[in-house]
Write a protein that binds this ligand. Structure first.
Ligand code: HEM
Length: 224
């Protein structure tokens, strides 16, 4: 491996953990406010995040630029790698292939999802207060509901399995026992975080999120 690509790989790996893994957990918790507190709970959670000091700086340097580098360089790695390296046991070989496949699905999902949500706020088509009803329209479209279920499961798998691989490649879980225990822990994290996203997606289907739903017809009327 050339020196250059060694450092790019390390930066890619590190950005996957800080800040992207932190972001996905924070995002699952924010959305879960829709399950626990309904429309008002979700509005409050969004308002809290958007009221943080330096929020634009945090979004650019804590989410969008790391996501762009990790995503684009990740696609390059996925394109280059041989899915069947035979380096690992049968199970790890599968996990290795699924890490790349889930990365590609997550990339497509996040691109479209950000366009449907945050980008519409930036364009002035929707306010932060209307995001709950945007999600209501999205979650009630059979096409987008399926797209979100697949996207959320792919993203959460990519995060949990990526954390497992990170701990191995940075020399933190070294022996087979440590790696086995780590795989159980990340499997549980995968189930919990996926469940939180899926429960919130289901909560957004409720009529209580309907208010001002017409605002986002533009995204869903073709696919609904
Ligand atoms: C049930 C599933 C999900 C729902 C309901 C949801 C909802 C939302 C909403 C409403 C926003 C706009 C936030 C704002 O402007 O304040 C947003 C932004 C975003 N979402 Fe999701 N999301 C889901 C899953 C995911 C997943 C799995 C990822 C993958 C990492 C993701 C990545 C992002 C990103 C990168 C942004 C832009 C960040 C920001 O500036 O706030 N989302 N999401």
């Amino acid at each position: 491996m050339k020196g250059n690509s060694f450092y790019s790989r390390k930066i890619h790996s590190l950005l996957g953990v800080i800040p992207l893994s932190l972001f996905i957990v924070e995002h699952a918790l924010t959305n879960f406010a829709a399950v626990e507190g309904g429309p008002q709970g979700f509005k409050d959670a969004v308002a809290f995040l958007n009221g943080l000091p330096l929020v634009t700086f945090l979004e650019i340097f804590g989410i969008f630029l790391p996501l762009l580098f990790h995503g684009v360089y990740g696609l390059y790695i996925a394109y280059q790698s041989n899915l069947n390296t035979g380096q690992f046991s049968y199970g790890r070989n599968w996990a290795f292939a699924l890490q790349r496949i889930s990365g590609v699905i997550t990339f497509i999902f996040v691109f479209w999802h950000v366009y449907q949500t945050r980008f519409q706020v930036a364009l002035g088509n929707v306010t932060h207060e209307q995001l709950g009803s945007s999600m209501h329209d999205i979650a009630n479209s059979p096409f987008f509901f399926t797209f979100y279920v697949i996207g959320v499961i792919a993203a959460t798998f990519h995060f949990a399995n990526g954390m497992w691989a990170f701990l191995v490649s940075w020399g933190i879980t070294v022996g087979p026992r440590a790696q086995r225990i780590s795989s159980y822990i990340w499997m549980v994290v995968f189930v919990i975080v996926s469940a939180m996203f899926l429960l919130s997606l289901n909560a957004f289907r409720g009529d209580e999120f309907k208010e001002a739903a017409a605002a986002l017809d533009v995204f869903t009327h073709t696919a609904a």
